[in-house]
Design a protein around this ligand. Sequence first.
Ligand code: FE
Ligand code: FE
Ligand code: ZN
Length: 295
Amino acid sequence: MSKDLIIGSHVGMSAPNYYLGSVEEALSYGATTFMFYTGAPQNSIRKPLNELKIAEGRQLIKNSGIDEQKIIVHAPYVLNLANDSDYDKLQKAKEFLKSELIRTEAFGSQILVFHPGAHIGKGSDYGIKLISKAIDDIYDQIPDCKVKIALETMAGKGTEIGSVFEEIQQIIASCRHNDRLGVCIDTCHMNDSGYDVFNFDDLLDEFDKIIGINRILVVHVNDSKNPRSAHKDRHENIGYGEIGFKALNAIVNHPKLKSVPKILETPYVDGKAPYKKEIEMFRNEIYEDDWRNRL
Ligand code: FE
Ligand code: FE
Ligand code: ZN
């Protein structure tokens, strides 16, 4: 049994307890890390930090023995740095990402997961240049910020950038501040974009050759509703999708990723969070058939 596995799930952050409530939710799942959005994932409206019970949450983290630096913030997925057709909108996205890095640090976290963006027709090379330029502009303005951006591998919907490792590497290589960049690998996205997640040793070797394994800061652990190369991005509960428990468990418990936090982003089951059970199965490395029926 892997007691030292660093695993948790996406958790909410809502009134009245905000961050304290997020930590409590994570602990209720038996998690040793977690991920949250600093507000709604689909917009950039944010409450002032002093209303979010951050000190109370951080105290509870300290008492529970969770490594605060492995807690993850996810940037809202509407931010797109790869499209300059609306100059104002791009400036706003950059301004928001900068403020999100500052917020992430205030929570004590050091990792901000970020979707690279979509080029909307101008080509990925063009989009990648915009992304790299934006990231450099942002870090130029906050030279002391310790928070790293983890670029997430994407499923390849529409004109999404980052569905192949080479594009992520191009972003990293084009940034002056590339010491601040890492990667979040998402099992559902890799499967949907066409990678063979069933032979993870080989996949990790490929990743290592193109990007470097020590860039991996986060693993998103999701089963997929769709087969390999579907380019869909629909997450499924562990063991109920096309990837299955065995392949996912080999990734979660991979010896080369031991120190990397694993985050579940699987769907709720009839209004109930599945994470306690999903975490337990990965810790025990044993799958329980039809577990959703007993939630
Ligand atoms: Fe994501
Ligand atoms: Fe993800
Ligand atoms: Zn996804």
